[in-house]
Ligand binder design. Structure first.
Ligand code: DC
Length: 237
């Protein structure tokens, strides 16, 4: 990438979209390209979900919302850069939980947790603080609409559910998790529905977001697409 583009004043890049679209992979590569900080906000909702599971807020798959809301003051979320991954790992109350937040158990509950207003208020405030100095690429569902409505560049990612399910399946298989394709497709479709229809901050494309349908694209093609978009955008600032 042209160094004059890289050295321009830092901006906020919001990457929103459906589950398992490759948002984090895309956002991480973009951040590395620009020397920006990458923040995976889905990991924050997943970390709160894990806390709920591990602290008696879930019984037989049913979430006790009041108990979780009452526990929110006890949950401190932070990120620490992990050079092996080239991204930051997430910690809850100083415990490394990065390896535990992407299981199907957490995935099945996270949409419920992320629909709770009190959870969102706290995490959004934390995300806004993390992006205060700009120079961030933040991925999630409401970054361009709620967290940073004035972000200089907003990208809305999408891909066919079957393509997304296959990606998530291969990812979980590589980690040794025993799951069926059917369970993953069901989880993705359910999360799409819950994320788009929840009352607070539903997933929707910000009016000024640029759509990236990466279903048939390689990562190289995604980066070429981004470089062109970024160059145009910084020129117009
Ligand atoms: O990106 P992900 O699949 O890891 O996100 C997990 C869940 O968190 C997703 O089902 C919706 C929720 N989420 C959200 O509500 N708002 C965000 N900014 C990020 C994620």
């Amino acid at each position: 990438m042209n160094s004059s583009i890289r050295q321009n004043r830092k901006i906020v890049i919001a990457v929103d979209g459906f589950s398992s679209c490759g948002k984090s992979t895309f956002a991480k590569l973009v951040a590395a390209r620009l020397g920006y900080i990458f923040i995976d906000t889905g990991a924050m909702y997943r970390a709160v979900t894990l806390y709920a599971i591990e602290h008696g807020c879930v019984t037989n798959g049913i979430l006790d919302e009041d108990k979780l809301i009452a526990a929110l003051d006890d949950i401190t979320i932070s990120f620490r850069f992990n050079p092996d991954r080239g991204a930051s790992d997430i910690y809850v109350n100083d415990e490394w939980v990065e390896g535990k937040i992407r299981t199907i158990t957490v995935s099945n509950l996270v949409s419920r947790v992320s629909a709770i207003g009190e959870v969102r208020t706290r995490l959004v405030a934390l995300q806004q603080e993390m992006g205060r100095e700009k120079g961030v690429v933040m991925d999630g569902r409401d970054i361009g609409t709620v967290v940073f409505p004035n972000a200089e560049l907003k990208i809305y990612m999408t891909a066919d559910p079957e393509v997304r399910a296959e990606r998530r399946y291969l990812e979980l298989q590589a980690k040794g998790e025993e799951v069926s394709r059917e369970d993953i497709v069901a989880n993705i479709l359910e999360r799409d529905h819950l994320d788009q229809t929840r009352a607070i901050s539903p997933l929707r494309k910000a009016d000024d977001a640029v759509v990236l349908d990466n279903g048939g694209m390689t990562l190289e093609e995604e980066m070429e697409w981004f470089d062109t978009l970024f160059a145009q955008r910084v020129k117009s600032l």
